[in-house]
Ligand binder design. Structure first.
Ligand SMILES: Nc1nc2c(ncn2[C@@H]2O[C@H](COP(=O)(O)OP(=O)(O)OP(=O)(O)O)[C@@H](O)[C@H]2O)c(=O)[nH]1
Length: 353
């Protein structure tokens, strides 16, 4: 039986623990969070969700989870861009509002967007009025283990050598590698997720690859659907805000960074004839255009429920998740990929069925 040690953050001098969940697009952050909330055992956990892409699907997924003791007002969505870029404008006011509630949460969990760099966020916990009232209990970095095994985040050594000849300060040719490593470098706990999709040898290879990337020894756990003991996830006791030097970033020393290596847009799709045919078509389009993440919903003829779709690379999952309301049977999909996605061609392809 899982148990979570009780704390009394409202007591004078006790800081509210904050857990940051990071990990690349589609690694399983929302899935882990849903599992965590379902085991909260009455503990008041507030969730701050930040998403790259404007549909707010993660917040909605969590809100509609139907988990007892998880009221909607405890799920706060920040959709105005990546947390790491909007720390002062969006994030700090949100955190202050949470802790100023008459009944502040006992624990706050932040799900960053899959493209966020955790370091600027961690720095925000050094702000004077925040650091006296909150502490970062830990940074959990989720890894899409099969994506690592497939070489999704690997650099091409020849391309790096060519780039470094022009600019010796460059250490990657692949923006995915940079984001992925920054997220790993901040971790207190690394969760190798989706282990159901790999065999033991492949898993051991990924473990070795990640161990080689980590600057110091880190706890690494394997998981399926992010199912782990909440006492572990919420009990890391790292005080990460006091330990920033040990969490190097590729952007250390830079005042700003941009997410201009990535593109995101929303495509509308008409009502579909068949759920299976639609999902197969989505997987094909995702491969054809190298789409990293595809998620949203569509209406299917004769079905009162909407079809929710989740794609990571060419892996798609779908389910009829909730009733469609009103007469509008237009579907919406968020498309995320590396810069240079051919928006028009992708729109045409997604609408072609
Ligand atoms: N096979 C398998 N699929 C998983 C596992 N965990 C999550 N998924 C699926 O992976 C897809 C992405 O999961 P999410 O939890 O939405 O990932 P995320 O990291 O929140 O995604 P973004 O917020 O878009 O970055 C969904 O279809 C999940 O059902 C797992 O352990 N095994």
């Amino acid at each position: 039986m899982n148990s979570i040690a009780p704390t009394s953050p409202s007591a004078v001098g006790v800081k509210i623990p904050v857990t940051v969940i990071t990990g690349f697009l589609g690694a399983g952050k929302t899935t882990l969070l849903r599992n965590l909330l379902s085991q909260a055992q009455g503990r008041r956990i507030a969730v701050v969700v930040n998403e790259f892409g404007s549909l707010g699907i993660d917040g909605e997924t969590l809100r509609s989870c139907g988990i007892e003791g998880c009221p909607d007002e405890d799920i706060v969505e920040l959709t105005n861009g990546c947390l790491c870029c909007t720390v002062a404008d969006d994030f700090l006011p949100t955190m202050r509002a949470l802790i100023d509630r008459p009944q502040p949460p006992e624990h706050i969990v932040i799900e960053t967007s899959g493209l966020a760099l955790p370091k600027p966020l961690l720095k925000a916990f050094g702000w004077p009025d925040i650091r006296t009232r909150m502490t970062v209990d830990g940074v959990i970095t989720l890894v899409d283990t099969p994506a690592v095994a497939a070489g999704r985040f690997a650099d091409d050594p020849e391309a790096i050598a060519a780039q470094q000849a022009a600019d010796p300060s460059l250490d990657h040719d692949n923006p995915l590698a940079e984001v992925f490593e920054d997220q790993l470098l901040s971790a207190d706990l690394v969760v190798l997720n989706k282990t159901d999709l790999l065999d033991e040898v492949e898993l051991e290879n990924v473990e070795a690859e990640i161990t080689a990337l980590l600057p110091r020894k880190r706890v690494m756990l394997r998981a399926v659907e992010g199912k782990l003991d909440p006492a572990v996830l919420l009990g890391l006791d790292a005080g990460a805000e006091d330990d920033l030097m040990a969490r190097p970033s590729h952007h250390d020393g830079a005042d700003e960074h941009e997410h201009d290596d990535f593109d995101s847009f929303v495509v509308t799709v008409p009502e579909q004839n068949s759920a299976d045919a639609f999902v197969k078509h989505l997987a094909k389009v995702a491969v054809q255009f190298d789409i990293l993440r595809l998620k949203g919903f569509a209406a299917v003829k004769g079905k009162p429920m909407r079809l929710a779709v989740q794609g990571v690379g060419n892996r798609m999952r779908h389910a009829f998740d909730k009733p469609l309301t009103g007469d509008d049977r237009t579907g919406r999909l968020v498309v995320i990929g590396q810069k240079g996605l051919d928006r028009q061609a992708i729109e045409m392809a997604l609408q072609a069925l």
